[in-house]
Design a protein around this ligand. Structure first.
Ligand code: ADP
Ligand code: MG
Length: 399
């Protein structure tokens, strides 16, 4: 991992102005914040800077206003929720650059916090326009990026500012980078990856990268069906991308050459209809799926074999559920393997990192999210990291 500066590298910041990029793209309903996880993630960095006496200006985007002021997407809506989590008054500034920000900085005292307007109201944000970058930077002394979830975008406030101001990783960014490095950067071997979810097509680059990096690749979910079909298995009416069987075979060949063992389910849970506890539910060998049946989960014996694989590993990275976990009993394999991973992590024999919207939901459903070493809620940025891509926001911090 290339080196980046953290808040530990800050000198005396009393009265200095910090621009802090955070993730305030919060789930809202009727103007109310329905989940404050992202605010809580930003709190350590923001409060540490405030305690150190900086004037803290928060930068964040909300939704996709596409370079226009859209009143229903103003960050003024989140001020109340942010104040509640921070336990402090927070000022709102309806601009991100210019005189109004300058005047606001004049009003703020050391340790005060302000939220600037939705950065995506300005076209220059997504274009990483150097003029906008300069104008935003003009009102500040240094920049802190605490939004890993936006680091796969090279935007003015996620990448550009790092080049014109002294730049630091915030505490959430630092924790994420350290966890991801432990999982795929410089992991303890053997390393296992679990990749599941609906489709191969959405995770092709993830699979291609992982087979060159890990010792064991466990493939589950709907995407396993495409691999099974590639190997000549009749998957009935399962979700399957038949046009991608060639690609699946290429991935299997690369795995072979790289010394990566790929584990596909040999036993599956099937039914004729996709419903909770359907009457046609049964468990069978992967070669016994009937033409009118679909594979909806990995079978219990196959999961036991996968648990045994995890027991031989020191590191696990997980993206994607093993089955259609939203519908019982097709959550069983995901829940069982997640419990094994959690127990091994608790014992100290496994470093476990997981991410992905549905994956986080599935691990919460299994009641084990707290036992994993690290859970990433970064979505797109997490997937790009799993693809082995350099994230521009992270690269700029290390430049
Ligand atoms: P993530 O959001 O964690 O990256 P994905 O979005 O790739 O995960 O995949 C999650 C979805 O995959 C879930 O909605 C789940 O129901 C679906 N899925 C998993 N296994 C199957 C299967 N065998 N057949 C159909 N859908 C499946
Ligand atoms: Mg998803």
């Amino acid at each position: 991992m290339s080196a980046f500066k953290t808040l530990d590298d800050l000198g005396d910041v009393t009265g200095k102005v910090a621009l802090v990029r955070v993730d305030l793209n919060l789930p809202m309903n009727d103007g109310q914040v329905t989940d404050d996880t992202r605010i809580r993630a930003a709190a350590p960095t923001v409060l540490e800077l405030a305690e150190k006496g900086a004037k803290v200006l928060l930068l964040a985007h909300f939704g996709r206003p596409k370079g226009e002021r859209v009143s229903t997407q103003s960050l003024s809506m989140v001020v109340g929720a942010v104040e509640k989590v921070f336990g402090k008054e927070v000022m709102f500034v309806p601009e991100i650059a210019g005189d109004i920000v300058k005047q606001s900085v004049g009003i703020l005292r050391a340790g005060d916090i302000a939220i600037l307007e939705n950065t995506r109201f300005w076209k220059g944000e997504e274009k990483n326009d150097p003029e906008l970058v300069k104008a935003i930077a003009a009102n500040a002394d240094f920049y802190v990026n605490d939004a890993f979830s936006a680091a796969h975008r090279a935007h003015a406030t996620t990448e550009g500012l790092s080049h014109v101001l002294p730049a630091y990783a915030g505490r959430s960014m630092q924790a994420e980078l350290e966890a991801l490095d432990k999982a795929l950067g410089t992991p303890e071997k053997p390393v296992a990856a679990v990749v599941g979810g609906a489709k191969v097509s959405s995770k092709l680059d993830v699979l291609k990268h992982l087979v060159t990096q890990v010792d064991h690749l466990i493939i589950g979910g709907g995407m396993a069906n495409t691999f099974l079909a590639a190997k000549g298995v009749d998957v009935g009416k399962s979700l399957c991308e038949h046009d991608l069987t060639g690609t699946a075979n290429e991935i299997l060949e690369t795995a072979d050459k790289s010394g990566c063992t790929v584990h596909l389910p040999y036993e599956v849970v099937v039914s004729k209809e996709f419903a909770a506890n359907p009457p046609s539910l049964r468990t069978c060998n992967v070669h016994e799926v009937a033409a009118d049946e679909m594979i909806l989960d990995v079978g219990p014996l196959a999961v036991e074999a996968l648990s045994d694989v995890l027991k031989t590993c020191r590191t696990l990275v997980w993206n994607g559920p093993l089955g259609a976990f939203e519908t019982v009993p097709f959550d069983a394999a995901t829940v069982a393997l997640a419990k094994t991973a959690a127990a091994l992590t608790r014992e100290g024999s496994l470093v476990s990192v997981a991410g992905g919207g549905d994956t986080v939901a599935a691990l919460n459903h299994a009641g084990v999210a707290g036992d994993f070493s690290y859970i990433s809620t970064a979505g797109g940025a997490f997937l790009e990291w799993m693809e082995g891509k350099e994230l521009p926001g992270v690269a700029a911090l290390s430049a």
